[in-house]
Write a protein that binds this ligand. Structure first.
Ligand SMILES: Nc1ncnc2c1ncn2[C@@H]1O[C@H](COP(=O)(O)OP(=O)(O)OP(=O)(O)O)[C@@H](O)[C@H]1O
Length: 256
């Protein structure tokens, strides 16, 4: 994309959240640098989705602050991609109209909307007909449409909650490569939740390993591997070393 969107830095301080009296977060702090892709990894139920849902403004906090360059999330342009693409797209709108929808809400002029649509279709090398309805598309194509819709608004922050977990491995690999290239091209600040350690390392500038509840940071791992990270990167000594470090931390967190 030729015009990079603004990117926001995230600052979380003293975050608190409990469900039914059981604390998930009690005094949680996190800083994410402008343009960084942060992957969040941890034991089942430790609060990964809860964290990004609060950060995205979809779920109320019980206390603390989440600021984007000092602004509340309500004043920030965000993109969100859910795990379940079937429920995320409007089934009665064609794929292209799903992508156009938030841009129409923003009141953008038609030529700008079409320019963004074309730019995204080029960046993601879309070969299928965007004039189709979601039910006429494969799961991978539907999730790609969700990703394009989230990016169409040129978000300052992008939230990805297990974007590939409902897809088969072949589709995941190709979509992951495309997403990696586009995210690095536009440089949007991104929070990614993934259940797949390899995927987290491949996509992230930094990997945040969480503990069981009440959730704290078990390790904060920089992922300084060169881009793009294709299949060959998975067997590089640096990749293997990062994976081993994360697995150790994860096993300790699960055993605790
Ligand atoms: N709306 C809710 N009401 C009650 N409990 C909730 C609610 N949402 C989440 N929880 C609980 O809070 C904890 C954290 O949930 P969350 O979905 O954030 O974890 P997660 O790390 O994303 O989980 P997973 O790895 O299973 O996807 C879990 O124990 C979950 O059962």
């Amino acid at each position: 994309m030729s015009i990079p969107p603004r990117q926001a830095a995230i600052s979380i301080r003293g975050l608190r959240k409990a469900f039914g009296g059981q604390p998930v977060y009690s005094g949680f702090d996190l800083d994410v640098r402008r343009g960084d892709i942060l992957a969040i990894f941890g034991p089942n139920g430790c609060g990964k989705s809860t964290l990004i849902n609060m950060a995205a403004g979809l779920l109320a906090t019980d206390g603390g602050t989440i600021l984007y360059d000092g602004r509340d999330v309500a004043d920030v342009r965000v993109g969100y991609v859910f795990q379940n693409y079937r429920e995320a797209l409007f089934p009665w709108r064609r794929a292209a109209d799903n992508i156009r929808y938030p841009l129409r809400l923003m009141g953008l002029p038609k030529p700008e909307i079409e320019r963004r649509l074309e730019r995204l279709a080029t960046s993601f090398r879309v070969r299928f007909d965007l004039h189709r309805y979601p039910y006429e598309l494969s799961g991978g194509q539907q999730q790609l449409v969700s990703i394009m819709r989230a990016l169409a608004v040129e978000p300052e922050v992008l939230f990805l909650d297990e974007p590939f977990s409902a897809l088969d491995y072949e589709t995941t690999l190709s979509l992951r490569d495309l997403l990696q290239a586009v995210l690095k091209e536009i440089g949007v600040t991104t929070l990614l939740v993934s259940h797949d350690l390899e995927e987290s390392i491949v996509l992230a500038d930094r990997l945040l390993m969480l503990t069981r509840r009440p959730t704290t940071v078990a390790d904060d791992v920089p992922v300084a591997l060169p881009w793009p990270r294709g299949t060959a990167a998975l067997s590089s000594p640096d990749f293997v070393a990062i994976k081993a470090r994360c697995l150790d931390v994860f096993q300790a967190a699960v055993a605790a």
